[in-house]
Ligand binder design. Sequence first.
Ligand SMILES: Nc1ncnc2c1ncn2[C@@H]1O[C@H](COP(=O)(O)OP(=O)(O)OP(=O)(O)O)[C@@H](O)[C@H]1O
Ligand SMILES: [Mg+2]
Length: 367
Amino acid sequence: MDAATAPPPAAVEIVALTKRYAAGAPPAVDQIDLRIASGSYCCLLGPSGCGKSTTLRMVAGHESVSSGDILLDNRNITNLPAAARGTAMMFQSFALFPHLSALDNVAFSLKMKGIARAERHRRAKHLLERVAMGHLSERKPAELSGGQQQRVALARALITEPRVLLLDEPLSALDPFLRIQMRAELRRWQKELGLTFIHVTHSQEEAMALADTMVVMNHGLIEQVGSPHRVYNHPASEFVARFMGGHNVFATGDGLVAVRNDHTRIVPADGEAGLPAQVTDIEYQGTYVLIGLRLAEVRPERSGVSVLLSERAFVTRPCAVGEHVRLAWSDADARALGPGATRRGEPPPDAPASRPAPLAALAAMAA
Ligand SMILES: Nc1ncnc2c1ncn2[C@@H]1O[C@H](COP(=O)(O)OP(=O)(O)OP(=O)(O)O)[C@@H](O)[C@H]1O
Ligand SMILES: [Mg+2]
């Protein structure tokens, strides 16, 4: 393999990593493999309980590993204590000490290492200045806004000079406006510092805005890894298509396909093409109008679909709740969906048994 095709060096490499909290229960994280490129922004994304925090805590050294390995810059850190790993963690609640000033919060870990007061304050002050908090260094956490507390928490994590910063839902304590502002700052800091960030979130939007690499997890397994563009435009499975949102999943003769709702077209009900559907609701969103529809003669869990129209397209050809239409799409916009992740040693879901009804059969049923 030459330099042009060699993968970028991995800051973090996870090999068959497993966490089983209780014997007999399904593992919270099940033999996952993952390489996170050095200097990249990686987001672990997935529904509640899918194993994101468990994975992050195992990388941080705050949770023991049941089996598997974690490598940081090619060094096996699986059994090292948290402080010896070269990682630092920033928590959801920031976990600042309420009785200490911002400066002392940031300097705290240096105090634990026995570094003299003047030196630890000099280094803490420098970091607070880097996150534009130098002028508020004497304030206690309660005297700071949410965004300011977050910057203090970031400075506190960075003072240990980590190679990898681990962030567990770092924006969830902020109000929606501040969350968007701080998300841009996190991204800027990551680029400026040149560190590897691993950021856990259950927000698709947050992951899309931040990540170089998105890792979509479900039930302790990795469903898909890729750039936000790749994952959004080529979801690997029905789970990913539905979890990412903005997609319809249609059953065709060739299996399930995902079609973005802005690539799904409403065509007249009296035509031949497309699947019959009925408009169930119309949501005005400003620039766009979201049309909710129900497919005829399709299993209830797969019958709800949507079409996203520009406001102009809707005004040109409006539709009404209750109207019967058909839904069509171009083959080029249809993404074939795979069966999704399976536990190692387990066969993939039985394809023929779960095969959806072919398109022709659906059309015949609806006729
Ligand atoms: N200390 C624990 N003891 C036993 N089970 C746990 C423990 N921590 C987590 N779990 C279980 O492991 C699974 C994964 O939990 P984890 O906290 O990693 O999920 P998550 O993806 O971070 O979810 P959320 O988005 O809700 O934070 C869940 O089923 C959870 O109940
Ligand atoms: Mg969590």
